[in-house]
Design a binder for this molecule. Structure first.
Ligand code: EPU
Length: 449
């Protein structure tokens, strides 16, 4: 298991190209299951989750051609996917358990093949993470679904014309926490091939859904309203080939903005999805971070300069579905708030248990007081480096940020969580002036005899 060793205190400066988005790329890759023709994705990041999704799709009969980017500062590589609709439709537990987003394969596979068997993703470090809304949406489209032996088994009955097609419906997809991102992706993707019209109410408005709708539209789907809470899909008989550039990663960009904020740095982020990050940027600006960007070009691929030159002010922030403050940046912002001048309040409304970083930050000297889904952060003047344990992807990023600003050496153990969602984070931070290295644990060679 690798760990990071960080000697804190360096002020970060320089330029960085934001990578393609992991959370956009995963459902985009699964959308290749909807067509018998090839789909090309560009700016695909090199991440463990993407490799897991490639492995899953390979198992499901998708031929993959993968060309990683030769320039480490490029936004990502090129992936060509070509599905065989007659292939095996069983997504096994050994892959699904490594990556919850495997559930993205369910809707596309069901719509194109008339059947799908996908192992139920379990919980993870950030909470229970049910998929009931995905199943409710697909059932509303006419799928017969049962859960057996830990697998979701979904089928479409054969119609009078001998075809196994879903049927358009009006679907309310809201749950106790609001909309569901991957649930919306699953139902929207499946509805593209249904007979008739589907209306998804309380659809997720996340930019990754808009990006998926762009790809599906390029493949021949008829979708309107993506990015709003009501999405309308007119089903078509078949989808075809498309070539699509993946949305830039708003969470990676938001994390590097926090890196500038916590080190009093000066960063220029290229390919920055400013238009998808307004809540986060507004929060940083309120704290005293200066942000300069030009939206005359594509506001999802802007150049954004982030400068912090003083101790920051505290804020009150509540995570919400987009366009509210994203849960995926809550932990990283909390690291910055630990060093702000005064008391901040952070409330988590999407994953009420997503606070694994709190105890680790406390080990570094942060003053955090949690009550339920709210953490009061009393800013201190310094954090101290020590050994901390990464527990999930964004909590790990939070600990790296804290380590960049802490006195002395911080060791972040179990960085495999980070590798799921941040490409070569230590190399990218080093290029910006951070003193950080990856220590790989040498597994001793076993000699027989
Ligand atoms: N929910 C239900 N029932 C469902 C689905 C969701 O009650 O059937 C609840 C969840 O428990 C949660 C809320 O609805 O309280 C929102 O969950 P959502 O379904 O939107 O999450 P997701 O689609 O599984 C994606 C991202 C997460 C991100 C969330 C919220 C991917 C691969 N994952 O998950 O990203 O936190 O949306 O924005 O896109 C991450 O990248 O670190 C990450 C966890």
């Amino acid at each position: 298991m690798d760990r990071f060793e960080i000697r804190g205190g360096a002020r970060l400066s320089g330029r960085l190209t934001i990578k393609g988005s992991k959370n956009a790329a995963l459902p985009l890759m699964a959308a290749a299951l909807l067509t018998d023709e090839p789909v090309t994705l560009r700016d695909v990041p090199e991440l463990a989750d993407i490799a897991n999704m490639r492995r899953l799709l390979d198992n499901l009969g998708v031929a993959l051609q993968h060309s990683p980017a030769s320039d480490p500062d490029a936004a990502g590589g090129v992936l060509r996917l070509h599905a065989d609709p007659k292939a095996n439709s069983h997504a096994h537990y050994d892959i699904v358990r490594t990556m919850r987003a495997s559930v993205c394969a369910l809707g596309p596979m069901l719509a194109r093949r008339g059947e799908a068997r996908v192992s139920l993703p379990g919980g993870c470090a950030i909470g229970e993470r049910p998929v009931d809304l995905h199943l409710r949406g697909l059932r509303a489209l006419g799928a017969e679904i049962e859960v057996d032996g830990g697998d979701i088994i979904a089928k479409v009955a054969i119609g009078s014309d001998g075809a196994r097609r879903l049927t358009g419906a009006r679907i309310f997809l809201g749950g106790p926490m609001g909309s569901t991102v991957l649930g919306t992706a699953n139902v929207m993707s499946a509805a593209t091939l249904a007979r008739g019209t589907t209306i998804i109410e309380c659809a997720a408005c996340e930019p990754e859904i808009v990006d998926l709708a762009k790809l599906l539209t390029a493949m021949g789907a008829k979708i309107s309203g993506a990015g709003s809470p009501r999405i309308t899909i007119e089903g078509v008989a078949a989808l075809g080939s498309a070539d699509h550039r993946v949305l830039a990663d708003r969470i990676e960009a938001g994390t590097y903005m926090c890196a500038a904020a916590i080190t009093r740095g000066d960063l220029i982020l290229e390919n920055c999805p400013v238009d998808a990050l307004m809540a986060h940027m507004d929060c940083l600006a309120t704290m005293g971070v200066t942000m300069q960007y030009d939206l005359s070009g594509d506001p999802l691929r802007a150049s954004c300069r982030v400068v912090a030159d003083r101790r920051l002010s505290p804020v009150e922030v509540t995570t919400q579905p987009h366009p509210g403050f994203p849960t995926d940046l809550q932990a990283q912002l909390m690291a910055v708030l630990c060093l702000a001048e005064g008391r901040s309040v952070v409330t988590e409304r999407i994953f009420g248990e997503r606070f694994m970083h709190v105890a680790e930050l406390t080990r570094m000297g942060a003053q955090l007081y949690r009550t339920g889904a709210t953490v009061n952060v009393q800013g201190t003047e310094r954090l101290q480096g020590t050994q901390v344990m990464a527990s999930d992807l964004r909590a790990s990023a939070c600990l790296v940020l804290a380590g960049l600003a802490a006195e002395g050496t911080t060791i972040v153990n179990r960085v495999y969580h980070l590798d799921r969602g941040y490409e070569r984070m230590e190399e990218r931070l080093r290029l910006l002036g951070a003193d950080i290295e990856r220590i790989s644990e040498q597994v001793p060679e076993v000699v027989n005899g």
